[in-house]
Design a protein around this ligand. Structure first.
Ligand SMILES: [Zn+2]
Length: 299
């Protein structure tokens, strides 16, 4: 064997070992974790109140049985219809199984109000073809393609009670019903759907209600924000859903579409408001020229 070939083989072996090591450090595995407590909790939602006599299974199947893996398009992301008002004040989310989902920590857009829409997730800049991994263990609930929206996306039902929505893949690597662990590659980075460059759109939802992923994951360190002793994340209505006033503000919002010949004062008069209020709501000047078809928020 020549020297060059020998060293290149050694190098390949060493880099494989190095890669394997980084991987096992990144992924925290504790597959024996007992998630039954969350079943108890979910059952209290399906029956209206907690039923102490129900025997606790080791998975969430009873709760999820009524929500098919392939749902109707209008209810794909949130089939649960549990309002924020009826969420518990707090619940512990087990994060013993965890893997940061990408190689990138470059946040390109944060959770929250984006113009007249609400951005229910966080955008992490990735490269085309980058491996995207499942953050927690669970079952793939849905894999689909939505033109002009999520693009190629999937929804994972995690064993700990959370759900992940991940979008804009160039390719998905799993199918509906697949059982996966934290760190399982689920797709490749891309820019499908409503997207201007390759990125991962990541949402975390609890009973269908999205919360800011930065509440759960520290994107600077890639660590999950748990109590280090027990790997539990304390999900609370007050903190995890601190964006609630923004959602209520958006619900109150109403828009007018500008027609030919209309001015700000016409619109103000029509809705019983003032020109200066319209300007503030729409970041316009009193002298701004309106375009036909432009959406003007009046409330
Ligand atoms: Zn996004």
């Amino acid at each position: 064997m020549n020297k060059k070939l020998f060293f290149s083989i050694i190098f390949t072996i060493l880099s494989f070992i190095a890669f394997a090591n980084t991987n096992s450090e990144d992924v925290k595995h504790n597959s024996d974790y007992d998630y039954s407590y969350i079943v108890d909790f979910f059952k209290s939602y399906t029956s209206g109140q907690a039923d102490e006599t129900i025997e606790i299974e080791s998975n969430n199947d009873d709760f999820y049985a009524q929500f098919a893996l392939d749902g109707e398009s209008s209810t794909l992301v949130n089939p649960y219809k549990v309002s924020l008002d009826s969420l518990p004040d707090s619940v512990y989310i087990a994060c013993a199984d965890y893997c940061y989902p990408t190689q990138s920590q470059r946040i390109t857009s944060r959770f929250g109000i984006r113009g007249s829409r609400f951005h229910s997730g966080i955008d992490v800049g990735v490269q085309y073809g980058d491996t995207i991994r499942s953050p927690f263990s669970g079952t793939v609930r849905y894999v689909a393609y939505q033109r002009g929206g999520y693009g190629r996306y999937l929804i994972i039902r995690h064993d700990n009670g959370l759900e992940s929505v991940m979008a804009h893949f160039s390719r998905t690597l799993v199918k509906t019903g697949d059982t996966i662990v934290a760190g399982t590659p689920v797709g490749l980075g891309g820019s499908t759907g409503r997207s201007t460059g390759p990125h991962l759109h990541l949402e975390f939802r609890f009973l269908g209600n999205a919360f800011n992923p930065e509440k759960l994951i520290d994107f600077n360190t890639t660590n999950v924000k748990t109590n280090s002793e027990n790997d539990l994340y304390l999900l609370t209505l007050a903190d995890t859903y601190s964006h609630r006033p923004q959602l209520e503000e958006m619900k109150r919002a109403a828009y007018h579409r500008v027609r030919s010949g209309e001015t700000l004062s016409h619109i103000a008069k029509r809705y019983g408001t003032t020109v200066s209020r319209l300007c503030a709501l729409n970041r316009l000047k009193q002298t701004s020229i309106l375009q036909i078809g432009q959406k003007i928020r009046y409330r």
